[in-house]
Write a protein that binds this ligand. Sequence first.
Ligand SMILES: *Cc1c(COP(=O)(O)O)cnc(C)c1O
Length: 401
Amino acid sequence: MSAAPVNTVDIAPLMPTYAPNDVTFVRGEGSWLYDTDGKEYLDFLSGLAVTSLGHSHPAVTAAVCEAASTLLHTSNLFRTVPGPRVAAKLDELLGGGGKVFFTNSGAESNECALKLARKWAGHGRHVVVSAFGSFHGRTLATLHATGQPEKHEAFQPLPEGFRHVAWSDVDALESALDPTVAAVLLEPVQGEGGVHPATAEYFAAVRRICDERNLLFMVDEVQTGLGRTGAWFAHQALGVRPDVVTMAKALGNGVPIGACWARADVADSFRPGDHGTTYGGQPFAASAALAVLETMQAEDVPARARRAGSRLAEGLEALDGVVAVRGMGLLLGAELAAGLDSRVVAAAALVAGLIVNPVTPTALRLAPSLLVTDDEIDRALAILAGVLAAAAEPNVSGRDQ
Ligand SMILES: *Cc1c(COP(=O)(O)O)cnc(C)c1O
């Protein structure tokens, strides 16, 4: 097994915000990616839960090509056709009674939610409470909402109005509330934080507290939304109805588009001029999203994610070197046995042709296409079994750090 591919693209012109692998991908189809050397990889990360229908899905390709030769963009000063259709479909999937603002990313969807909470609550009531271990984005405000203080330090001072509480701790939440709080913002599964699902009891308690105190319950479904967890939205499986739901990643299957949905009376706190975006909801991205949602409905991706998720979780649990599996549907975290370094395992898996993510130093994150086949799951498990067996061998583990 040779580690470094022959044809690696020079990334020197890029700001050094990432330290990518040597692999350079040039093509993708379904669950498979191909590098510059023609080597194939099973993609069990999906561009961070983005390509939920797999790479180059024909319905999305057709929609994107059609939009590209028809109308890409006009600005939001004019009406266009696909955007409102996507909004209506999302509202239907969310149970109705809401309105949508389109964005280009997850962070922007959360920015919309944060501004909406402030506009809805009024001056003096602007604080948003989120959880330690959360991830809500990289803009200054969403970075402050992100409950990872070590990520804040270099960028202080951050926008005021954020408070963090222990994850899944109802008492901690109650004691953080005062009359300045407008909203609670939580992920149904902390994805970047290590794939930690909320319990239905926790979400029910948060819903009750928000109702008692007239706070908005805002749910960040940027990673969990659109079938990934086995429900259209993970909060539905947790049995609550939030006031605000943000999403992005899977909505365009790789075309950048996000959305912030809010209960209609909350959404109507915004008046023309309060918030905006040049690109958000443009025909190009909205056409992709429409094709994504239609395909997801036709394929019943929540049911597929539940079925494939059980098969993958059971297979992972049976692997030597995996001590626990957590998550929902096809958003899974595999906790590795003591002594195994997730970065070493993920790097070895990549060499062996499987893409997984070392989400914490001791856990792998898996998020394959929601259309993944049983055969692809079994092949991924076989690759991982081999990689874990080799990593557990003291002499060939490569664990030299
Ligand atoms: C990825 C992610 C974001 C940020 O999305 P970007 O598109 O990178 O801005 C926000 N919240 C959650 C839960 C995410 O997983």
